[in-house]
Write a protein that binds this ligand. Structure first.
Ligand SMILES: [Zn+2]
Length: 199
C-alpha cells in the first residue's frame, strides 16, 4: 500500500486493508511523506501524524509501516524515489498494490500514483493495482470491496488521526462515501463498500 500522507491509508482503503488482515494477508504500508505541512498548528506535525499512523495501524492490524519522509506538498516521482520503491516492490512481491488514483484532486496523491506506476514497471512486477479515492471520486470502477463487517474498524482508524479530524470530519465524510459505494456499486452487497480503479 503506497500513500502520500498518514491518514490516506485509513481514509482510502482502511476497510479493505482490515479485510486483508482478517484474511491472514500480510499488509505493508509506505507513507511517502509524513504530512508535516498539514499539522494545523501542532508543534511537531510530522511526528504527530506518524504517531497517529502507528495507532491506526494497530487498529487495522497492519503489520508493517515505513515512513520515507519525502517533502509534504512537494512529492515528486523522481528517478531516485522510483528506484527505491521498485526495489521494495521487487522484494515484497505484493499480489495487490493500493495507491491513490491518478486524477485525485491533490498534487501529492497524483505524484504517488505516477510513482507507483513507474516503480511497478521498473520492478517488472505484476500486481493487481487498486487505486483509491480521497479528494476526487473515481469514475471507472475496477473493483468493489464490501466493508460492511469492518466499517467500524475503518472509522476507528480514521479517528486515530485526531490532528486531521479536528479540522475536517473525515470519519463522517468517508462513512458517507462508503455508504454510497455500498448502496450504489456493491449490489447485492452493501451497505458499505470501498471502490477502486485500475489507474
Ligand atoms: Zn493525502
Amino acid at each position: 500500500m503506497i500513500c502520500a500522507h498518514p491518514d490516506d491509508e485509513a481514509i482510502g482503503c482502511g476497510g479493505t486493508l482490515r479485510r486483508h488482515v482478517l484474511d491472514g494477508d500480510e499488509v505493508s504500508v509506505v507513507f511517502l511523506t509524513s504530512g508535516e505541512r498539514g499539522g494545523h498548528g501542532s508543534e511537531d506535525p510530522g511526528g504527530t501524524r506518524e504517531r497517529e499512523a502507528h495507532e491506526a495501524a494497530g487498529v487495522l492490524g497492519i503489520q508493517r509501516v515505513e515512513f520515507w519522509r519525502e517533502p509534504d506538498g512537494r512529492l515528486r516521482a523522481s528517478r531516485e524515489l522510483t528506484g527505491r520503491l521498485a526495489a521494495l516492490i521487487a522484494r515484497l512481491g505484493p499480489a495487490v498494490l493500493y495507491a491513490p488514483h491518478r486524477a485525485d484532486d491533490h498534487a501529492d496523491h497524483r505524484a504517488a500514483a505516477r510513482l507507483t506506476r513507474r516503480a511497478l514497471t521498473a520492478a517488472g512486477h505484476h500486481a493487481e493495482l487498486r487505486c483509491f479515492e480521497i479528494w476526487a471520486p473515481i469514475i471507472e470502477i475496477s473493483a468493489v470491496i464490501d466493508i460492511s463487517a469492518v466499517i467500524e474498524d475503518k472509522l476507528r482508524a480514521i479517528r486515530c488521526y485526531r490532528s486531521q479530524c479536528a479540522v475536517m470530519p473525515f470519519d463522517a465524510a468517508f462513512e458517507g462515501l462508503a455508504r454510497y459505494r455500498g448502496e450504489m456499486h456493491s449490489w447485492p452487497g452493501g451497505p458499505y463498500a470501498e471502490a477502486f480503479s485500475e489507474r
